[in-house]
Design a protein around this ligand. Structure first.
Ligand code: HEM
Length: 544
């Protein structure tokens, strides 16, 4: 769940304008000018009052009202690259004013440690959100968006113990096996049907495979047809687009001009509810049936239709501290969507970068394949118990998450109370606190040859990587501290398993029709390859 790009905000605003007629534009400009003049006076007064007496971190000087918004938007750079350049000038803690919002961005291991570990409680909250995002989060009733407090604790405790613990993860080995078999067959079919008989789009296939696993785990419905899954996936993608950053997030006085976006977002929410609620009702019926069977001599339900447990089961009657009653149907939709969204794009993105590294470096592929042959052979598919016992694969996954963290920013944090400081600077309670992760995992003070991709650095007495950050921060692709990603174990398990199955099933090469591989990045929902990876594959001889 990465921070959104302000440049896309401007594109959204331009798109909105192009849809309008000229007369409407003239009217709109007059209204904007008048409103802007008023807003200017109000905002300048409010800003001065808000931050009087505070010492904010340094940052580029901005304009009244809009702050640095247009500097960022018209810089011609991706936001992630803009920040990388800005940190050279202002150092590892800086302030950007994006209209109404103040961003404090930190980008060093020391400051991440101060914010997430030493002062973890002080900065464990999330900032306020716009109305669209509040609709999709059922007013911040999700683990990722909840403000720090009793509600967040209940939801998070349930997600971790109910779904993401190591023991629960083990129980879903069958879901992974099914999804992996389908994943490999789909790639075989795609390669066979391609004009040259051997091309595969990596991200698309990886994304679908992870989506299938998470759908199984969320609803425990094992008989969904592929076309149905594709339809659900399409709706989930529309949701991600609907909650994207907009200009009015930063300049709320422009909100009336975004009424079309708002109406579209409400329609997508309706679609999301209409798509997921029938799955919830089916699971409820299965649970009732299971209960009846347990008190009668009838046989258990068909294991190919329903899993014995799902994430949904754990939230149906969830007691939330400080709240009466169980979650409503709409809230159940929100909670289920969170589990699926949290793990899909992040994991799939990592797979794409990983396969690009494998295609780019044949010796990495040879070593992975050799390890798979030694540990498993070609008579059965690799499973997750096997991957735990493969040191080179584990080192590869770590190096992958160091060099290509799927999100460059952690989710935005916020101070719980006024009066918090970082590096001696004030961090206002209404500021967004963002942690820029690649600056830590490529810091030459912490890493030897930081820009090189080299899994060997983690083997036998080489460098170490505690991805939780609890033993010191060197790379934190999952964040650290109280709000660390609860899907760390699941994410790394899925990445290792998918890479192993892909290398076991195929020999991977750069595609002859594509320009030489480059590792340029761009932001979609996560940080993906600028040019999506199309690889050439040759199926290996397997005897299963
Ligand atoms: C490679 C895979 C993944 C990566 C790189 C990743 C990364 C992250 C990051 C950077 C954060 C923000 C931490 C912070 O606020 O400081 C986060 C939060 C979160 N992630 Fe993940 N994630 C991954 C997989 C997953 C999976 C598989 C799930 C669940 C199925 C998940 C669910 C969540 C949730 C619910 C939060 C919010 C935690 C909170 O606010 O308490 N993630 N993740």
């Amino acid at each position: 769940m990465p921070m959104q790009q302000p440049t896309s905000v401007v594109h959204a605003a331009m798109e909105e304008a192009s849809l309008s007629s000229l007369s409407f534009l003239q009217l709109a400009f007059t209204a904007v000018a008048a409103t802007a003049a008023l807003a200017l006076a109000v905002a300048v007064t409010r800003y001065n009052r808000r931050y009087t007496g505070l010492r904010l971190p340094p940052g580029p000087p901005g304009w009244p009202v809009v702050g640095n918004l247009f500097q960022v938007a018209f810089s011609g750079k991706l936001f992630i690259h803009y920040i990388r350049d800005l940190r050279k000038e202002y150092g590892p803690i800086l302030t950007l004013r994006m209209g109404e919002r103040t961003l404090v961005i930190i980008s060093s291991a020391e400051l991440a440690h101060e914010a997430l570990v030493e002062k973890g409680r002080e900065f464990a909250s999330r900032p306020r959100e716009n109305t669209t995002r509040n609709i999709f989060s059922s007013n911040k009733f999700t683990v990722n968006s909840a403000v720090y407090g009793a509600e967040w604790r209940s939801l998070r405790r349930n997600m971790v113990s109910g779904m993401l613990s190591t023991s629960r993860l083990r129980e879903f080995a069958h879901a992974r096996r099914r999804a992996m078999d389908r994943f490999v067959s789909r790639m075989r079919a795609e390669a066979a049907a391609s004009p040259d008989g051997g091309s595969v789009w990596v991200l698309r296939n990886a994304r679908f495979a992870v989506f299938c696993i998470l759908l199984d785990m969320t609803f425990g419905l094992l008989d969904l047809h592929e076309e149905h899954i594709v339809r659900i996936d399409a709706v989930m993608k529309r949701v991600l687009l609907a909650v994207g950053v907009r200009m009015d997030d930063y300049l709320p006085f422009l909100r009336p001009f975004f009424w079309r976006h708002q109406r579209r977002a409400l329609a997508v929410r309706r679609e999301q509810i209409d798509t997921l609620l029938p799955l919830i009702s089916r699971r409820r019926a299965i649970l009732r049936d299971m209960q009846q069977r347990s008190s009668s001599p009838s046989p258990p339900p068909d294991p190919n239709v329903a899993a014995p447990f799902s994430y949904l089961d754990s939230v149906l009657d969830l007691h939330i501290e400080g709240r009466d009653g169980a979650p409503t149907d709409d809230e159940l939709v929100t909670l289920c969507a969170e589990l699926i969204n949290g793990g899909t794009d992040t994991t799939a993105t990592a797979i794409e970068w990983g396969m690009a590294r494998i295609v780019d470096n044949p010796s990495i592929q040879a070593r992975l394949h050799e390890e798979i042959m030694q540990q498993v052979g070609d008579a059965r598919p690799v499973d997750d118990k096997d991957t735990d016992a493969m040191p080179y694969l584990q080192a590869f996954v770590k190096e992958l998450l160091r060099k290509h963290p799927p999100t460059y920013f952690s989710l935005t944090h916020a101070a719980v109370q006024p009066g918090s400081k970082l590096a001696g600077y004030d961090v206002p309670v209404d500021a967004n606190l963002d942690i820029f992760l690649p600056a830590i995992s490529e810091d030459p003070k912490l890493w030897d040859r930081p820009t090189e991709f080299d899994p060997d650095r983690f083997l036998s007495g080489g460098e170490t990587a505690d991805m939780t950050g609890s033993g010191g921060i060197r790379m934190i692709p999952f964040g650290a501290g109280r709000r660390i990603c609860p899907g760390l174990a699941m994410g790394t398990t899925h990445i290792a398993l998918m890479v192993a199955r892909m290398v076991q099933a195929f020999e991977w090469r750069a595609h002859p029709s594509q320009p030489p591989l480059d590792f340029k990045d761009k932001v979609e929902f996560t940080v993906v390859m600028d040019r999506p990876l199309l690889a050439a594959v040759k199926p290996r001889n397997l005897s299963f």
